[in-house]
Design a protein around this ligand. Structure first.
Ligand code: F6P
Length: 341
């Protein structure tokens, strides 16, 4: 078979490990050939591809990012996008696709399979908010980077008697905040699933200062105060005239300083959480996903996604992953609340 591989959406440590495993097993065990599509769905839509063989995947296991490039192109938002994919796959002699991506990339994979273009999905997101899999690769790396940052911020916060707010990624789900906050010993963790009461946060901060320690507050970028988003806006406008919002971390640090009179700082970790080499856990998970994805293609088991259930890699219908997001359940948040204040 000739199989096309693509990576879509935000990059994620471990993408290259998946590509490597797919190609290594595909060539050595099954004798398949591969085509590397560039920049997510843009590759098959525009017919942009390159060779993908043993030589191309040599040495990429520990490398962050993706050798194939990525984009958020959605063929369903481009006129004639799906027809173009059909035409380009036929021209390149590609029989099937492996799409490595998050909700959007996998949503497209599912629709294409329904329309007769055979795709197998591999789940990817640092946010760990994809359903139907216990973990996605990239999450452990992001949590490790954030935990390391929190460790470092504890010492500077204590030296200066400051409150330090650490903003981590997670627009819709607070997994990175929860896990990095727990592993870094944060005094407050705020997640998008649970609107927070700013007065309660201030109480925890004051209590922490009273016990002669400086507080660390970990906040997911999508967390909101119970009053809603409106109170977060200010009048600043950017060069395009759009109303600016500095981010929840910045807002929170300013609010804590105003309400407690204690110096506060915000640290926004941003894309550093997605960059660089994957942890050993993510390399192993990504490699196992790749090995099982090529098995699924070889079995012509299309419309499926590989997933981690416990310690086993299984195949699930792609729609199980995209139907709804996996958010932090109340009982997991309650575990962390024991350490607040
Ligand atoms: O979905 C992964 C993610 O890293 C989110 O946590 C974050 O909100 C978003 O991507 C950022 O995307 P971009 O690369 O467009 O800045």
């Amino acid at each position: 078979m000739r199989i096309g591989v693509l990576t879509g959406g935000g990059d994620c440590p471990g993408l290259n490990a998946v590509i490597r495993a797919v190609v290594r097993k595909g060539v050595a065990v099954y004798g398949h050939e591969f085509v590397g599509f560039r920049d997510g769905w843009r590759g098959p839509v525009e017919g942009v591809s390159g060779p993908l063989g043993i030589d191309q995947v040599r040495g990429i296991l520990p490398r962050g990012g993706t050798i194939l490039g990525s984009s958020r192109t959605n063929p369903y938002k481009i006129e004639g996008g799906v027809d173009a994919i059909r035409k380009n796959l036929a021209a390149l002699g590609v029989d099937a696709l492996i799409a490595i991506g998050g909700e959007d990339t996998l949503g497209v994979a599912k629709k294409l399979t329904d329309e007769g273009i055979p795709v197998v999905g591999v789940p990817k997101t640092i946010d760990n908010d994809l359903n139907a899999t216990d973990y996605t690769f990239g999450f452990d790396t992001a949590v490790t980077i954030a935990s390391e940052a929190i460790d470092r911020l504890h010492t500077t916060a204590e030296s200066h008697h400051r409150a330090l707010v650490v903003e981590v990624m997670g627009r819709h789900a607070g997994w990175i905040a929860l896990h990095s906050g727990l592993s870094g010993g944060a005094n407050v963790i705020l997640v998008p699933e649970r609107p927070f009461d700013i007065e309660q946060v201030v109480k925890h901060v004051e209590h922490r200062f009273e016990s002669h320690y400086a507080p660390i507050i970990v906040v997911a970028e999508g967390a909101m105060p119970s009053g809603g988003a409106e109170q977060l806006r200010n009048d600043k406008k950017d060069a395009f005239g759009h109303v600016q919002f500095g981010g929840i971390g910045t807002w929170l640090a300013a609010e804590i300083e105003t309400r407690t009179g204690k110096e506060s700082r915000a640290v926004v970790l941003g894309h550093v959480q997605r960059g660089g080499t994957p942890t050993a856990f993510d390399r192993v998970l990504a490699t196992r996903f790749g090995l099982h994805a090529i098995d699924a293609v070889n079995d012509k088991d299309f419309g499926k996604m590989v997933a981690l259930h416990g310690t086993a890699i299984v195949r699930v219908p792609i729609e199980e992953a995209t139907a709804e997001l996996k958010t932090v359940p109340p009982e997991r948040y309650a575990e962390a609340e024991v350490f607040f204040g």
